[in-house]
Design a protein around this ligand. Structure first.
Ligand SMILES: [Zn+2]
Length: 291
């Protein structure tokens, strides 16, 4: 009854107001009712952990992040950019060797301050967007020896464009993970979008069902939803309880430099391993279908 409420509201201010009201009054029931409408392709409670490597400080966090995932025996998806793979091949090779999944996050990550300032992905032409994705694909193939099948738009929904789907189809890709669950079909689960491409929307959390659960919204921005690392970890734990209880699918992305601070990643991995939920990679979605 709740779920169709927000998405059709095209007026930004009305949508903002509706979100505030729901977050302030009935977030848990909204979250549960919304998520229960999804068709979980894995049938059982499943979580996909992903990270976006956008800045040098994310690369600095890479070794510790890999150590932590190794300690907890969790495989994750890494949205990485071609320029960084060229600059730091060894740490990316380690990620591949340890069984993690590489997600194409473009060659330069427009508007990355190092290489592509004042260049915005949604302002690029079709040909330029395709070149950004294709060039990263070639770098991953040459340096890491992999054939990437998934993509994430730099800056997600804000700069995400529909032109991505035909490009991905042309390149033989299988999925994109570039939208917010609350603003997309599928109720937080993978869903066929267009041109045969599956969109895997990034998920939310139990008390903020109409926001993306990431460190930007929860901790970093001006007036963050939580603003405290302990609350952040607790929010994750409570959310995972619901996922386990109702056999749901959920995926989040985190910023590497941020999530390793104050042992947040260590705690999140521990919660994942004790929550009656299996973890998965996006690519497993396609393996299990073909098997
Ligand atoms: Zn990014």
């Amino acid at each position: 009854m709740w779920s169709p409420l927000i998405r059709p509201i095209k007026n930004r201010y009305l949508a903002y107001f509706a979100r505030r009201v729901i977050h302030a009054t009935c977030p848990e029931s909204y979250f549960i009712n919304y998520m229960k409408k999804q068709q979980n392709p894995f049938k059982e409670a499943t979580y996909a952990l992903t990270f976006d490597f956008d800045f040098e400080k994310d690369i600095d966090a890479f070794p510790l992040l890999l150590d932590m995932l190794q300690k907890h025996e969790i495989k994750a998806g890494f949205a990485v950019i071609g320029k960084f793979v060229e600059k730091y091949p060894d740490i990316h090779k380690r990620a591949v060797d340890e069984g993690h999944e590489i997600i194409n996050h473009t060659y330069t990550h427009p508007d990355n301050p190092h290489w592509a300032p004042k260049r915005y992905f949604n302002k690029l032409t079709y040909v330029e967007q395709k070149a950004e994705i294709e060039k990263a694909h070639e770098v991953f193939h040459k340096i890491l020896g992999i054939e990437c099948i998934g993509f994430r738009t730099p800056h997600y929904g804000n700069l995400h464009t529909e032109s991505v789907y035909p490009i991905l189809a042309e390149l033989g890709y299988k999925y994109s993970s570039s939208s917010a669950a609350s603003a997309y079909n599928g109720y937080g689960a993978p869903y066929t979008h267009s041109h045969g491409i599956i969109e895997i929307p990034t998920g939310c959390s139990i008390h903020f069902p109409l926001a993306i659960f990431d460190s930007w919204n929860m901790l970093r921005k001006n007036k963050p939803f939580l603003g405290d690392d302990e609350l952040f970890v607790n929010e994750f734990a409570e959310t995972m309880q619901v996922i386990a209880e109702h056999n749901l699918f959920l995926t989040h992305y985190f910023d590497p430099y941020d999530i390793i601070e104050n042992n947040k990643l260590d705690k999140i991995c521990h919660i994942l391993n004790t929550s009656n939920t299996q973890t998965t990679l996006y690519r497993d979605l396609f393996h299990q279908h073909s098997s």
